[in-house]
Design a protein around this ligand. Sequence first.
Ligand code: PEP
Ligand code: MG
Length: 567
Amino acid sequence: MDALQGISASTGAALGPFQVMAAALPRPSSTKSTLVPAQELENLHHAAKTISDELAARASRTTGEAKEILEASSEIAQDSALLSTAESLINKGYGSAYAMWEASEVFSQLLIEAGGYLAERASDVGNIRDRIICVLSGVGYPEIPHLDQAFVLIARDLSPADTTDLKPGQVLAIVTEEGGPTSHTAIIARTLGIPAVVACKGVVEAAKKEEKAGSGIVGVDARGGVVTFNPSPELAAELAALTQSITARRSKKAIRGRSGYETTDGVTIPIYANIGRLADVDVAINAGADGVGLLRTELLYLDRQTPPTLEEQRDIYTQAFTPFAGKKVVIRTLDAGADKPMAFISFADEPNPALGVRGYRTIAINKELLTTQLEAIADATKTSGAEVWVMAPMITLPEEAENFVVLAKDFGIKSAGVMIEVPSAVLLADEITSVCDFVSIGTNDLGQYLHAADRESAALAHFNDPWQPALLNAVHRVASSGSANNCPVGVCGEAASDPTLAAVLMGLGVTSLSCNVSTLADVATALTSLSHLEMRKAAKAALRARNAEDAKNFAREHLHPLSALGL
Ligand code: PEP
Ligand code: MG
């Protein structure tokens, strides 16, 4: 079978069986049912009971919090308030699937208004609704499949919430038809160390065909984004060897300096980790991170229906900071909106959410969210022993930067800065770096806004290649402004997770890097095997390129030690 070409989103390779994830459920049609209401009512009650029993059975096989959630979900599936709303719609002539969908919306709202424990259950209602509708429609529920052996997960797209649930030992690789290399799903895959290929056109169709044919092995070379069903014995052997050599290199530790990693000519480079879950803390420490360069706080609250309270936030930040006592943690205030909608923030329907109210802009409408968060961060910092720096996402104007820094300091936060990820902030980097204690470049968003290309779009993925010369020039400009204003400039976008590009970013003048935990060891290996002089030469060459491919090739001419390392 011919190879399919996608875009690499998380390096590595895999060879093994595959599973196709079913598509998400669409809202059922509101056209009136052709069945009599009595039949629709019977169907509804049968489906609700089926799901309630299924969830109760799953609860009996688990323990702890998962058990409690499954038990509560089993009860919700048969809740009289939920079902009676659906029944009254059915009695008006609607189909049971549509009635269930509508009733769940009303029911979720009721739970949210009730507050407390009930409000927390609201996030489960959508999931229960989908399960019931699947029974009504006679289709399988689109959840992450399970197999006794590890497999390659193939999906049209995955939501960040689906991806967070993945277990690296269980999923060998992810291949999606949609998405771009800097989508949040791709970032989470990298964090989990799962090889991933996105924007792989035709992969779902091809996988379904292969499934029918009864074959079932796929090879994924995520470095080049190549996916091959039924690989030849030669390719299979090559992929198996590649998987082994990547595992072996990742298990070796790069030589660390006393704080940070040292280049061959003695320049110290701090390498921090990007994290978004408490579970990432230990992984970051074990990977040799000098601290955290980006704690994406919104990822802690993706499934929340109500805003996290001051106490809850204080608690979770304390847990995240304390293991880094004596080290730096850069925490980012909520970056909600666009591809990270949050149920507890109401967003207007916008034609272009990526250009809409997101990131720091949500704060203009929900100021209390920011002040509560800053207070919790300041409190957690005091007891943690970590050096905590705070930054705001999606800053567009110098006055936003200044307002944020002043506000953070009012809460007693010592070091406050902003992300540079909007082109206006690059052009005004002089002004911004003169009012901030530090800045951090978000190359993922900066790439999408510089090229006017949605980072989630598979069709436009080449614009979001972090080697694009416009992006490299933007980084250079910000680094120069930072240096003139004595303001440290880090890069925390995914560009810093590519070992070759990490070297180029250092050559462009940035002062630290924050990368994905899964690639940190490779980035450290690259930086400790090169001199800072080589990095500067590579950066100078890359800046002259006219496209991403040339930029990489020109840079590699000055970075020969990397080839010998297989990087
Ligand atoms: C970025 O945009 O580069 C960034 C680090 O932020 P996020 O990926 O969370 O938008
Ligand atoms: Mg961003």
